[in-house]
Design a protein around this ligand. Sequence first.
Ligand code: HEC
Ligand code: HEC
Ligand code: HEC
Length: 161
Amino acid sequence: MSVGQHKRKLKLLLAGLFLTLPLGLFAAGDLPQVPKAKAKATAEYGCVNPVSDMRKNHMEYLLHQRDETMHKGIRTKKYSLAECVECHVSADDNGKYAKFGESKHFCSSCHNYAAVTIDCFQCHNDKPESAYQSESSNRQSLPEGHEKFASNDVLPSGDSK
Ligand code: HEC
Ligand code: HEC
Ligand code: HEC
């Protein structure tokens, strides 16, 4: 099976998953529990694009945004990974943030279920910037000199945006 076929199969699987959701064919708990976003990105869609589109295509948008930023220096907020995390990752009732990899983390909720692995959070913060003000000692450790590397407000060169 080619990579393309494999991807299409996964997409169909995912689309099928959500289509069957309202039919209640699966017992609660069989499906990933996706944490709710804090806010709406747009009044129209909820997310930055229609939610069904985001479910299927978020990876393409993220990777495209990364390439535009890294190679062409084009920075917009629309598909910024830091913005996704900012809106989608929130603390539980005890003020604790789920870490990437735990099924309560927005990005891991589906990925754990669908056995998708991504390496993005080896470098990027898996919780909002504001979380570090209260949990400064738990800041994800990055190589020396890279503390602000993926924080999205200071470029690797140290220049402000
Ligand atoms: C300002 C808030 C906001 C931002 C920024 C945002 N989203 Fe969303 N997103 C939402 C809302 C609202 C929904 C609808 C579901 C909900 O209420 O949690 C949603 C839904 C989704 C879903 C479907 C979740 C599900 O329940 O099936 C995915 C996937 C998603 N967003 C990915 C992203 C990605 C990737 C980014 C960054 C490129 C992003 N979002 C940026 C608010 C946001
Ligand atoms: C080896 C470290 C590293 C890994 C792994 C990595 N990135 Fe990045 N990424 C960076 C750095 C450094 C930048 C540029 C600084 C910045 O803009 O935050 C960047 C920039 C970006 C941007 C543009 C800035 C923004 O937030 O809009 C996106 C989007 C992005 N990466 C997405 C991803 C995704 C998705 C993955 C996983 C598939 C990933 N990155 C994996 C280091 C990494
Ligand atoms: C609604 C479920 C859902 C949510 C929430 C979700 N993903 Fe995904 N993601 C998937 C599925 C399913 C795939 C695999 C589909 C495919 O390969 O076509 C995937 C694939 C990816 C890929 C491509 C992996 C690869 O190897 O090609 C990246 C990158 C990615 N997601 C990033 C994220 C990030 C970052 C977040 C959180 C901001 C997130 N996803 C949240 C369901 C989700």
